[in-house]
Design a binder for this molecule. Structure first.
Ligand SMILES: [Zn+2]
Length: 250
């Protein structure tokens, strides 16, 4: 998409430099610019550089937001589910296949309690940005199969590991018929140790239609969730599933 336009612009620029007998440094500048823009596109799903990603719903009429949790299920997930239940809020869990294999009963419980589950790849590979289209597709399909086997659940929601997208990942998402789900509020709850700092990154940015990225992988994130839920109650917000936020048909 936008990536193709940028390739076209780069090619046109290179040709123009050649045609007007430009200096060698001009080619270099064009290449650096192109690489920089492409890198930004890879690292930021909200640029929608390679494919459309759902990152928030600015048209949300009610005071609704979507809490999303990546990288589970883990031994911490039941606490998160208990807490969400107590506050009568729904969320979306983007699960990793290898984690579902470790904690199938928690995955089953998540679905049974009315939360959305999405695919977050089979192994959350650290080399996710360098996988072939074939391998990337297999990462998605293997996780789909586990979900289907464990609870008979089919999901068309997909969140790319690390929020990285590139032409290969975009092709794998298209070929598996997934919707790419991002976020517009990133908590950095796995990187920042100070809970207050994490909350400062989240709470002031909450608006109707926001999608918040958290991880059900630590007690720290659990305490952050406690504060977020109190804030939502105070401010009269409701957390809904991603499908509900974007009006996806189930
Ligand atoms: Zn992840």
């Amino acid at each position: 998409m936008k990536h193709r336009v940028s390739i076209f612009v780069f090619a046109a620029l290179t040709f123009a430099i050649y045609f007007f007998e430009g200096e060698i440094w001009m080619y270099f500048v064009a290449l650096v610019l192109f690489s920089f823009i492409t890198f930004l596109g890879v690292a930021n799903m909200d640029f929608k550089w390679f494919l459309k990603s759902y990152i928030s719903n600015p048209h949300a009429k009610d005071r609704i937001i979507a809490l999303t949790f990546d990288d589970g299920p883990t031994e911490f997930t039941p606490k998160f589910l208990d807490l969400l239940n107590r506050h009568h809020q729904k969320a979306t869990f983007f699960c990793i296949g290898t984690q579902i294999k470790k904690h199938p009963e928690i995955f089953i419980r998540t679905v049974a309690e009315g939360h959305d589950v999405g695919n977050h790849s089979f192994s959350h590979s650290k080399t996710t940005g360098f996988l072939s289209i074939f391998k990337m597709k297999r990462e998605i399909v293997r996780n789909d199969r586990i979900m289907l086997k464990k609870v008979g659940v089919k999901t068309d929601l997909y969140r790319p590991p690390f929020g990285i997208t590139n032409p290969g990942i975009a092709a794998a998402i298209r070929k598996t018929g997934k919707k790419s789900i991002g976020w517009n509020i990133r908590s950095f709850d796995t990187a920042i140790s100070d809970e207050k700092k994490i909350l400062k990154r989240i709470l002031p940015k909450i608006k109707p239609g926001s999608v918040i990225l958290l991880h059900d992988t630590s007690d720290k994130s659990y305490r952050v969730l406690q504060e977020i839920l109190l804030f939502l109650e105070r401010e009269n917000y409701r957390s809904v599933t991603v499908s509900e936020l974007f009006n996806f048909k189930k």
